[in-house]
Write a protein that binds this ligand. Structure first.
Ligand SMILES: Nc1ncnc2[nH]cnc12
Ligand SMILES: [Zn+2]
Length: 315
């Protein structure tokens, strides 16, 4: 089944480039940039990948991102991810990047963007993988800071297909970012947002009604609100679900409890994605395979999930 799932043509719609930084590359970049790391070796770092919630993961994820300094580093990160796409027949990808994670450490916006963009261009030309980049605002920071990031992005308007919202969800509802999303949309950006990963269904309503998002990232807690479920079914609003992420971050205690196939059978446009594959133990195929192993996902269900990912592309 693994090989069959691997060969299935699919799109990835929820992937943080910083979350695809494998420990081996992290160590190589630390050496190249002469950065001392608090872990003895790759195994020790992998051993630290045990999380009780989103915040525990984010603390390590932001620490890991500190080895990314030069345009070449961002190129190498993105190129390594695209090689994984090629190996797993991901024919289209819409990755996120978090500019504030880098600009707040003094890395110029253009350094980050140029490295990522060059790799995405080479991915199109050399690997045949189409793509569209999503600029994601960090929700634990202020709306004012998000406005500044949007200002930095506007001169490179054509480099992005959308804006997104990620980082610590609890206590940072979508309503906090209503004005910057209004502005981004008026500048022609499509909007997406993480909502209903750890946060309540109310955050998904806000993301839809206030941020006017076209796709919900995670959204698994929608199942707690029947009226919301009806809306996302009626309007066929896609959910970018990340099964391995949800179990690693204890959104579900075990993959057997995951609700993605229940949602699929109810007519929700759910898709399968890897979120932060270097930290959660697998890329897209491993996420599909876990659904087969623990939830008995059939070939027909896998085909529908893969088709949903192709249908839910923004570009
Ligand atoms: N799963 C996730 N949720 C929120 N922010 C993130 N940033 C990277 N991965 C994330
Ligand atoms: Zn995510």
């Amino acid at each position: 089944m693994y090989d069959w799932l691997n060969a299935l043509p699919k799109a990835e719609l929820h992937l943080h480039l910083e979350g695809s930084l494998e420990p081996e590359l992290l160590f190589a970049l630390a050496e190249r940039n002469k950065i001392a790391l608090p872990w003895a070796d790759v195994e020790a770092l992998r051993g630290a990948y045990a999380f009780n919630n989103l915040q525990e993961f984010l603390d390590l994820y932001y620490q890991g991102a500190d080895v990314l300094r030069t345009e070449q580093d961002f190129y190498d990160l993105t190129w390594a991810y695209l090689q994984r796409c090629k190996a797993q027949n991901v024919i289209h990808t819409e990755p996120f990047f978090d500019p504030q994670t880098h600009t707040d450490r003094g890395i110029p916006f253009e350094v980050v963007l140029n490295g990522i963009n060059q790799a995405l261009k080479d991915g199109r030309e050399q690997l045949g993988i189409s793509s569209g980049l999503i600029l994601s605002f960090l929700r634990h920071l202020s709306e004012e800071e998000a406005h500044k990031t949007l200002d930095q992005a506007l001169p490179f308007r054509d480099a992005f297909i959308a804006v997104g919202l990620d980082s610590s969800e609890m206590g940072h509802p979508p309503s906090k970012f209503q004005r910057v999303f209004d502005r981004a949309r008026s500048e022609g950006f499509v909007a997406v947002a993480h909502a209903g990963e750890e946060g309540p269904p109310e955050y998904i309503w806000e993301a839809l009604d206030l941020l006017k998002i076209k796709r919900i990232d995670h959204g698994v807690r929608a199942i707690e609100d029947e009226r919301l479920m009806q809306r996302i079914i009626d309007e066929q609003i896609p959910l970018t679900v990340c099964p391995l992420s949800n179990t690693k971050l204890c959104v579900f205690d075990h993959m057997r409890q995951h609700n993605i196939l229940d949602m699929l059978e109810r007519g929700v446009k759910v898709t399968v994605n890897s979120d932060d594959p270097a930290y959660f133990g697998g890329y897209v195929t491993e996420n599909f395979h876990a659904l087969h192993t623990h939830l008995g996902m059939t070939e027909d269900q896998a085909r529908r999930l893969a088709q949903n990912s192709l249908d839910a592309r923004l570009v």
